[in-house]
Design a protein around this ligand. Structure first.
Ligand code: 6GU
Length: 240
């Protein structure tokens, strides 16, 4: 997979050189290009923002640097395929595990996070003629810019690429992969500061352990995420 991440603060993306995603890049499974948006602003101050038309607080990102930077990405695109352009924004659709799974199958993702009050809306319309555009939010809260959201999305997406994480079975068992939250986990010692590991986990009875874990997943999901619990019940009503 190829990823281009554009920003006036491309240093935010340096954390993607660490750990498993850094290794995936060194192994050739993944290529992440960081692009400095200011390299596409040509006035003396390399200006990327301007006042909002119609008035209001804050500043808006000018369209031209984005268009020039995105045209450069397209010019370096080998295949004739339309890359996917992800515009992180709190006014987008919510990014979920299902979205991560879908995006993990794409060949080329381009991330265009805005700062300030966002990017001139015409960039989205212009880009839609050249890219498959997705406006995505990572949750119902506001960040100072989309860069941290890019890091979140890139991590969630790229760990699903075969070979990126060593232990692929762990993908199937984790929270959100089956619509329920993860069960609680324990390790040794069996007794620790007066607290014991649940007896069933020491029983060696794999069927019993699986049933206990599934019940823990249900209880935890029902208590902390009633929204996910209702959706899970809906999806599993035919099984019961
Ligand atoms: Cl993608 N960007 C910003 N600025 N804030 C957010 C967000 C994105 N997702 C949630 N909050």
């Amino acid at each position: 997979m190829r990823i281009d991440a554009l920003s006036i603060f491309p240093e935010f993306f340096e954390v993607l050189d660490l750990s498993l995603i850094g290794k995936a890049q060194r192994d050739g499974l993944l290529q992440i290009n960081r692009v400095q948006l200011r390299d596409y602003a040509f006035d003396r101050h390399r200006t990327v923002d301007d006042t909002p038309t119609g008035g209001g607080a804050g500043m808006v990102m000018k369209p031209e640097p984005w268009a020039l930077a995105l045209e450069d990405v397209l010019a370096s695109e080998g295949s004739a395929a339309r890359p996917t352009l992800i515009i992180p924004t709190p006014s987008g659709e919510v990014f979920t595990q299902a979205a991560a799974q879908e995006l993990a199958e794409h060949q080329h993702l381009v991330f265009a996070p805005g700062r300030f009050e966002g990017i001139d809306e015409r960039v989205t319309d212009w880009a839609a003629e050249r890219f498959e555009v997705r406006r995505l939010s990572i949750g119902d809260y506001v960040l100072n810019g989309g860069e941290v959201a890019v890091v979140v999305m890139v991590e969630a997406i790229t760990r699903l690429i075969p070979g990126v994480i060593g232990n692929e079975e762990s993908l199937a068992e984790e929270s959100h992969s089956d619509g329920l939250l993860e069960y609680p986990v324990y390790t040794k010692p069996a007794q620790w500061r007066g607290r014991s590991v649940p007896e069933v986990l020491l029983s060696g009875d794999h069927a019993k352990i699986a049933a206990w874990r599934q019940e823990q997943q249900r209880q935890r999901t029902r208590q902390v995420r009633p929204d996910l619990w209702d959706a899970w019940l809906e999806n599993h009503s035919a099984d019961q």
